[in-house]
Design a protein around this ligand. Structure first.
Ligand code: PLP
Length: 394
């Protein structure tokens, strides 16, 4: 165990790992093992009884994974972290832990597609119902809380329209009712936004995105109070079993070290591209939390360090024009996912949100003309020139 480091940029590199305990290895060793040997039968008995600390089996714990879990807990300012095989393994472990049959979940409107799919399944199988709220005011939140509400689930910024929700405000209402607030912090990473410091109870990530940062891992992370995370570790994580592999944990430890450096560059590039894009004659609307004229800009100033690396925009034209714009790109990549070194561009209506019924999709502001850009780490001038020429050709 290392001493707690003060600054984010130091914690992200050092927390949770002491090279002295590992033969001086600078890089965290990869414990690619499924199980651990006991010296004696009695030691095995003590480990299973919880009377002696130590590893038993890698679904219950692994030294490489433990370093990652301690590090993310420190970065999100929580008591304990847990790592999962995917963002969705993290979301499902948390939501199943917080609900039983006939309970109710209040969600922000506009959820990640598979989270919406999970909620639909929980409703069909266990009558765990849900409502959506834009959560613009305290009254909006209070109005949809029911006696059986056991969880408030929030995404902010909301994908792909970049609307923001005031997390401190939601947390204050939740306290009145003693309901935990869970925040999907994937779009911001703990470098830009720390929901636990704003009074929320659980924060989770698709670590596939900014935390991994290199487009080579699918993984999830959860941070919160020790009691709750202990219960997740012993129930939905252990028994459903969506644990991270040691190698993926190792890749995340490696990716995390540069998170602040990468995020600052993502934000610098996004700010530059946004300024150009907003003035392009083919662009009808643009959504970026770092935009001072964005209606939610005051919320962004309150709870985020910067506006992030995602920009969505509507072009003037048709669905086919939007698709043509993607096809016109010369080196920028057409792909879903986000937060990678490569700039990624996608068409939400036919890709990430194609399963959402058209009426709900339009209500969420996801028109056929909407395009989402995840700004990468390339030179912003090159990103812009490719985007510009693709728009000019329309
Ligand atoms: C990608 C994503 C998820 C799901 O994560 P996976 O790692 O793909 O399972 C959940 N929430 C948000 C906001 C995402 O972007």
């Amino acid at each position: 165990m290392t001493e707690k480091h003060k600054n984010f940029e130091t914690t992200v590199i050092h927390e949770g790992y002491d090279s002295k305990e590992m033969l001086g290895s600078l890089s965290t060793p990869l414990f690619q093992t499924s199980t651990y040997t006991f010296d004696t039968a009695e030691q095995g008995e003590r480990r299973f009884a919880g009377e002696e600390d130590g590893y038993i089996y890698s679904r219950l714990g692994n030294p490489t994974v433990s370093v990652l879990e301690e590090r993310i807990a420190a970065l999100e300012k929580g008591e304990r972290g847990l790592a999962f095989a995917s963002g969705m393994a993290a979301v499902s472990a948390v939501l199943i832990a917080l609900t039983k049959a006939n309970d109710h979940i209040l969600c922000s409107s506009g959820l990640y597609g598979c989270t919406f799919g999970l909620l639909t399944m929980m409703k069909e199988k266990y009558n765990i119902t849900h409502d959506f709220s834009n959560m613009a005011t305290k009254e909006d939140v209070r109005a949809l809380i029911k006696p059986e509400t056991t969880c408030i689930y929030v995404e902010t910024p909301i994908n792909p329209t970049m609307k923001l929700i005031d997390l401190k405000m939601v947390a204050e209402v939740a306290k009145e009712f003693n309901i935990p607030v869970v925040v999907d912090n994937t779009f911001s990473s703990p470098y830009l936004q720390r929901p636990l410091e704003l009074g929320c109870d659980v924060v989770l990530h698709s670590a596939t995105k900014y935390i991994g940062g290199h487009g080579d891992v699918v993984a999830g992370l959860v941070v919160g109070k020790k009691d709750f995370l202990d219960s997740v570790a012993m129930t939905t994580q252990k028994d459903i079993g969506g644990i991270i592999s040691p190698f993926d944990a190792w890749l995340l430890i490696r990716g995390l070290k540069t998170l602040p450096v990468r995020l600052d560059r993502h934000c610098d590039n996004a700010e530059k591209v946004f300024e150009k894009l907003r003035h392009h004659p083919k662009v009808a609307n643009i959504y970026y939390p770092g935009d001072e004229s964005h209606p939610d800009y005051p919320i962004m100033e309150k709870q985020m360090k910067r506006g992030g690396g995602l920009i969505s925009f509507e072009i003037k034209g048709t669905k086919e024009d939007a698709q043509q714009m993607l096809n016109n790109l010369s080196f920028l990549k057409i792909a879903v996912s986000l937060g990678d070194a490569e700039t990624l561009i996608q068409h939400p209506a036919t890709m990430t949100h194609s399963v959402v019924p058209e009426a709900s999709r339009l209500e969420m502001g996801i028109t056929d003309q909407l395009i989402r850009l995840s700004i990468g780490l390339e030179a912003w001038e090159d990103i812009w020139s490719d985007v510009e020429q693709a728009l000019n050709k329309l």
